[in-house]
Design a protein around this ligand. Structure first.
Ligand SMILES: N[C@@H](CCC(=O)N[C@@H](CS)C(=O)NCC(=O)O)C(=O)O
Length: 212
Protein backbone atom coordinates (compact mmCIF):
# COMPACT_ATOMS: atom_id res chain seq x y z
CA UNK A 1 0.00 0.00 0.00
CA UNK A 2 1.11 3.59 -0.67
CA UNK A 3 2.99 4.95 2.34
CA UNK A 4 3.14 8.71 3.00
CA UNK A 5 5.81 9.95 5.41
CA UNK A 6 4.63 13.05 7.21
CA UNK A 7 6.60 15.61 9.19
CA UNK A 8 4.64 18.15 11.22
CA UNK A 9 4.41 21.63 9.67
CA UNK A 10 5.95 20.59 6.39
CA UNK A 11 5.37 20.18 2.70
CA UNK A 12 4.12 16.67 3.39
CA UNK A 13 0.76 18.46 3.78
CA UNK A 14 0.73 18.52 -0.02
CA UNK A 15 0.98 14.72 -0.33
CA UNK A 16 -1.77 14.12 2.19
CA UNK A 17 -4.07 16.71 0.62
CA UNK A 18 -3.57 15.23 -2.86
CA UNK A 19 -4.14 11.68 -1.61
CA UNK A 20 -7.40 12.87 -0.04
CA UNK A 21 -8.45 14.68 -3.23
CA UNK A 22 -7.88 11.46 -5.20
CA UNK A 23 -9.54 9.27 -2.57
CA UNK A 24 -6.44 7.07 -2.24
CA UNK A 25 -5.88 4.42 0.41
CA UNK A 26 -2.57 5.04 2.14
CA UNK A 27 -0.60 4.37 5.28
CA UNK A 28 0.52 7.51 7.10
CA UNK A 29 3.84 7.44 8.94
CA UNK A 30 4.32 10.48 11.15
CA UNK A 31 7.75 11.77 12.14
CA UNK A 32 8.36 14.38 14.83
CA UNK A 33 10.77 17.27 14.42
CA UNK A 34 13.58 17.79 16.89
CA UNK A 35 12.05 20.26 19.35
CA UNK A 36 15.19 22.40 19.58
CA UNK A 37 16.49 22.41 16.03
CA UNK A 38 13.14 21.95 14.20
CA UNK A 39 15.01 19.49 11.94
CA UNK A 40 14.02 15.97 10.83
CA UNK A 41 14.48 13.03 13.21
CA UNK A 42 16.66 10.02 12.35
CA UNK A 43 13.51 8.03 11.44
CA UNK A 44 12.99 10.29 8.42
CA UNK A 45 16.66 10.10 7.42
CA UNK A 46 16.22 6.33 7.46
CA UNK A 47 13.80 6.56 4.53
CA UNK A 48 14.41 9.93 2.84
CA UNK A 49 17.75 10.36 1.04
CA UNK A 50 18.31 13.94 2.30
CA UNK A 51 16.25 13.58 5.46
CA UNK A 52 13.47 15.73 4.00
CA UNK A 53 9.71 15.52 4.00
CA UNK A 54 7.71 14.64 2.12
CA UNK A 55 8.72 11.26 0.89
CA UNK A 56 6.46 8.42 -0.19
CA UNK A 57 6.99 4.72 -0.75
CA UNK A 58 5.02 2.92 -3.43
CA UNK A 59 5.46 -0.26 -5.46
CA UNK A 60 8.96 -0.80 -4.05
CA UNK A 61 10.16 2.70 -4.87
CA UNK A 62 10.98 5.67 -2.64
CA UNK A 63 9.90 9.01 -4.09
CA UNK A 64 11.13 12.26 -2.46
CA UNK A 65 10.33 15.90 -3.36
CA UNK A 66 6.80 17.22 -3.09
CA UNK A 67 6.45 18.29 -6.74
CA UNK A 68 7.71 14.90 -7.94
CA UNK A 69 5.25 13.21 -5.57
CA UNK A 70 2.33 15.23 -6.96
CA UNK A 71 3.37 14.30 -10.50
CA UNK A 72 3.87 10.65 -9.57
CA UNK A 73 0.50 10.31 -7.85
CA UNK A 74 -1.35 12.04 -10.70
CA UNK A 75 0.45 9.92 -13.30
CA UNK A 76 -0.22 6.65 -11.47
CA UNK A 77 -3.56 7.24 -9.75
CA UNK A 78 -4.99 10.44 -11.24
CA UNK A 79 -6.97 8.81 -14.06
CA UNK A 80 -6.87 12.16 -15.84
CA UNK A 81 -7.98 14.14 -12.80
CA UNK A 82 -6.34 17.29 -11.40
CA UNK A 83 -4.02 17.86 -14.37
CA UNK A 84 -4.92 19.68 -17.61
CA UNK A 85 -4.60 17.76 -20.87
CA UNK A 86 -1.13 17.94 -22.43
CA UNK A 87 -0.92 20.25 -25.43
CA UNK A 88 -3.43 22.75 -24.02
CA UNK A 89 -2.65 26.31 -22.82
CA UNK A 90 -3.86 25.24 -19.36
CA UNK A 91 -1.15 22.59 -19.28
CA UNK A 92 1.50 25.29 -19.76
CA UNK A 93 -0.02 27.23 -16.85
CA UNK A 94 -0.02 24.02 -14.81
CA UNK A 95 3.69 23.40 -15.55
CA UNK A 96 4.52 27.03 -14.81
CA UNK A 97 2.94 26.92 -11.34
CA UNK A 98 4.00 23.36 -10.50
CA UNK A 99 7.58 24.62 -10.78
CA UNK A 100 7.19 28.26 -9.65
CA UNK A 101 5.68 27.03 -6.37
CA UNK A 102 9.01 25.71 -5.07
CA UNK A 103 11.16 28.36 -6.80
CA UNK A 104 9.96 31.86 -7.69
CA UNK A 105 7.16 31.82 -5.13
CA UNK A 106 8.84 29.87 -2.34
CA UNK A 107 12.21 31.69 -2.44
CA UNK A 108 11.17 35.03 -0.86
CA UNK A 109 8.73 33.29 1.48
CA UNK A 110 11.46 30.95 2.71
CA UNK A 111 14.01 33.76 3.14
CA UNK A 112 11.38 35.72 5.06
CA UNK A 113 10.74 32.69 7.26
CA UNK A 114 14.44 32.25 8.02
CA UNK A 115 14.79 35.95 8.82
CA UNK A 116 11.91 35.73 11.27
CA UNK A 117 13.06 32.45 12.82
CA UNK A 118 16.62 33.71 13.32
CA UNK A 119 15.48 37.20 14.34
CA UNK A 120 17.76 38.65 11.67
CA UNK A 121 16.72 41.98 10.24
CA UNK A 122 19.28 42.45 7.47
CA UNK A 123 17.78 45.32 5.46
CA UNK A 124 18.86 43.85 2.12
CA UNK A 125 16.99 40.61 2.81
CA UNK A 126 13.79 42.38 3.80
CA UNK A 127 14.00 44.64 0.75
CA UNK A 128 14.48 41.59 -1.48
CA UNK A 129 11.52 39.74 0.04
CA UNK A 130 9.24 42.78 -0.04
CA UNK A 131 10.10 43.47 -3.68
CA UNK A 132 9.57 39.85 -4.70
CA UNK A 133 6.29 39.69 -2.78
CA UNK A 134 4.97 42.64 -4.76
CA UNK A 135 6.09 41.16 -8.09
CA UNK A 136 4.81 37.63 -7.51
CA UNK A 137 1.62 38.45 -5.60
CA UNK A 138 0.55 41.19 -8.02
CA UNK A 139 0.93 38.70 -10.87
CA UNK A 140 -0.95 35.95 -9.02
CA UNK A 141 -3.65 38.35 -7.89
CA UNK A 142 -4.26 39.40 -11.51
CA UNK A 143 -4.49 35.77 -12.65
CA UNK A 144 -6.80 34.78 -9.81
CA UNK A 145 -8.98 37.78 -10.52
CA UNK A 146 -9.79 36.11 -13.83
CA UNK A 147 -10.06 32.44 -12.88
CA UNK A 148 -10.80 30.44 -9.75
CA UNK A 149 -7.68 28.27 -9.77
CA UNK A 150 -4.11 28.93 -10.79
CA UNK A 151 -4.21 26.86 -14.01
CA UNK A 152 -7.94 27.05 -14.75
CA UNK A 153 -9.68 24.11 -13.09
CA UNK A 154 -8.48 22.91 -9.67
CA UNK A 155 -5.26 20.91 -10.18
CA UNK A 156 -2.07 19.63 -8.59
CA UNK A 157 -0.59 23.08 -9.24
CA UNK A 158 -2.99 24.56 -6.65
CA UNK A 159 -1.79 22.03 -4.10
CA UNK A 160 1.79 23.09 -4.84
CA UNK A 161 1.10 26.82 -4.76
CA UNK A 162 -1.11 26.84 -1.67
CA UNK A 163 1.64 25.66 0.68
CA UNK A 164 3.97 28.68 0.43
CA UNK A 165 1.01 31.08 0.43
CA UNK A 166 -0.38 29.50 3.60
CA UNK A 167 3.11 29.51 5.13
CA UNK A 168 3.22 33.27 4.83
CA UNK A 169 -0.08 33.53 6.69
CA UNK A 170 1.25 31.46 9.58
CA UNK A 171 1.65 33.36 12.85
CA UNK A 172 4.99 31.58 13.25
CA UNK A 173 6.50 33.40 10.32
CA UNK A 174 4.83 36.80 10.50
CA UNK A 175 7.21 39.75 10.33
CA UNK A 176 7.37 41.79 13.53
CA UNK A 177 4.53 44.31 13.38
CA UNK A 178 2.52 42.35 10.81
CA UNK A 179 -0.99 41.38 11.74
CA UNK A 180 -1.18 37.59 11.90
CA UNK A 181 -3.00 36.00 9.01
CA UNK A 182 -3.34 39.27 7.09
CA UNK A 183 -0.50 38.75 4.62
CA UNK A 184 -2.85 38.87 1.65
CA UNK A 185 -5.07 41.80 2.61
CA UNK A 186 -3.66 43.87 -0.28
CA UNK A 187 -4.33 40.97 -2.67
CA UNK A 188 -8.06 40.16 -2.45
CA UNK A 189 -8.07 37.62 -5.28
CA UNK A 190 -5.35 35.59 -3.55
CA UNK A 191 -7.24 35.80 -0.27
CA UNK A 192 -10.44 34.62 -1.98
CA UNK A 193 -8.46 31.81 -3.64
CA UNK A 194 -7.13 30.58 -0.30
CA UNK A 195 -10.64 30.66 1.14
CA UNK A 196 -11.87 28.65 -1.87
CA UNK A 197 -9.12 26.06 -1.35
CA UNK A 198 -9.85 25.78 2.37
CA UNK A 199 -13.53 25.16 1.58
CA UNK A 200 -12.69 21.95 -0.28
CA UNK A 201 -13.81 18.82 1.61
CA UNK A 202 -10.50 17.07 0.90
CA UNK A 203 -8.61 20.03 2.37
CA UNK A 204 -10.64 19.77 5.59
CA UNK A 205 -9.97 16.04 5.79
CA UNK A 206 -6.26 16.55 5.15
CA UNK A 207 -6.01 19.43 7.60
CA UNK A 208 -7.55 17.30 10.33
CA UNK A 209 -4.89 14.65 9.61
CA UNK A 210 -1.84 16.87 9.50
CA UNK A 211 -2.90 18.92 12.48
CA UNK A 212 -3.65 15.83 14.61
N1 LIG B 1 11.78 21.12 -2.26
C1 LIG B 1 11.57 20.06 -1.28
C2 LIG B 1 11.81 20.65 0.09
C3 LIG B 1 11.86 19.60 1.17
C4 LIG B 1 12.06 20.24 2.53
O1 LIG B 1 12.88 21.16 2.69
N2 LIG B 1 11.32 19.73 3.53
C5 LIG B 1 11.42 20.28 4.87
C6 LIG B 1 10.03 20.42 5.48
S1 LIG B 1 8.96 21.44 4.55
C7 LIG B 1 12.18 19.36 5.78
O2 LIG B 1 12.14 18.15 5.62
N3 LIG B 1 12.82 19.95 6.78
C8 LIG B 1 13.45 19.25 7.86
C9 LIG B 1 14.95 19.19 7.72
O3 LIG B 1 15.47 19.56 6.65
O4 LIG B 1 15.58 18.77 8.68
C10 LIG B 1 10.15 19.52 -1.44
O5 LIG B 1 9.31 20.23 -2.03
O6 LIG B 1 9.86 18.38 -1.06
Amino acid sequence: MLKIHHLGMSRSDRSIWLAEELGLQYELVTHTRNAETFRSPQSLWDVSPMGKAPVIEDKGQTIPESGAIVEYLLENYGEGRLRPAKGTPAYIDYLHWMHAAESTLMTPIFINMLSVMTASDAPGLKAFCDGEFITVFTYMNNILGERDYIAGDFSGADIMVAFPLMMLESPLFAQAGDETGKAFLPYPAIQAYLNRLRARPAWSKAEAIFKA
